[in-house]
Design a protein around this ligand. Sequence first.
Ligand SMILES: [Zn+2]
Length: 394
Amino acid sequence: VFMDISRDILYLFNWVRKSESASIVNDTVKHIMDHMKKCTECFKDVNELRTGSYYENLKISNPDEFDVMLTVPVERVDIRPFGDVGAFYSVAFKRGKHSLDRFLCEDSTISASGMLTEFRNEVKKCVKILKGVYVYSGCPAVTLLINGTGTVPISLDIVLGLEVRSSWPTLTQGGIDKIDIWLGTKVKKEQKLKGYYLVPKYEGKGTVERDDAWRISFSHVEKSILTNHGSQKTCCEASGTRCCRKLCLKLLKHLLDLLKAENPSLSKFCSYHAKTTLLHACCSRTQDSDWEAAQLGLCFQQLLEDFEGHLKDGMLPNFFIPKHNLLGSGHDRRSCQFLARRIEEERNNGFPIFRKMSTPSIPCRVFVHLCVGLGQTRRKKQIFPGVCFALLSC
Ligand SMILES: [Zn+2]
């Protein structure tokens, strides 16, 4: 009981800290937005999009990291894919004058690197007067370190995005269609009306033109379907039953963070791999009853097995662009196999890695759920000895 109380106090303390951090981040973002609107020509129509892990409540480790996308709407544009994968695009204006004309390359496409450089300069300029705010040249984001008095340091990634309000590129076909059997065709149609975003490309080498490409982003759709994730509308609402989809993702992301901290050779793997694995899993186990909160143990086990499968095959299709393999370029076979083995080891040995470090961001009620899950899992199958005990004892 004492452990439960102390964990709840720790959770409350953490929650207060997070709220303070969130308010500092809000003020900083507002300051930057005001500057862009009043003092710049090319970024004057900027909008704010909050879709990072913090806002999706999917973080266990590093609760003081935030990310925000500042987006510039573009209209009458010609969007052409680079290669046949469908993840990268070039953007050209059709006719007339535009506020972004100064970033045009010789071939009339918008230079991602040119626009990002200008964006970074403007951010630097306007945060200069803020006390305790430092700019790091993260790429493609502009990373701010906010070291306010009396608070823990906060890291804030500001990503530049182009907001495209037209139908999705053809290479997205067959991607989101999978949600028909999980969330229904009506939800899919609503999502497809939303348009999409393009962010400066940053991975890979290659020619200058390729480096000046834009990467497509559907983070607003991901946020929306993860928030309203039930096959029944009432899933996780007060009147409905609770599921464990988001908690499974949270735990998978946490496990990946811990494995990466332990082994720097895994740095190429990111939380997007975890999120994509969950989205695919939701389309193969579509019912809310497949993800009952009380079955957290079994569901998490199954999700890990899914992820191991993707790693062993070296194939994890982008949820929105079927031909884009997220384990393709930049991920060698050996590191995929190694990560799959490490996860399997953790799974088979009761997650020793969870025991090694404390996880104060998990409230007591979650631990109770984990316990219930453990009890039921044990009765059904003897395969899940670990995560509940590990999380309870850390
Ligand atoms: Zn739910």
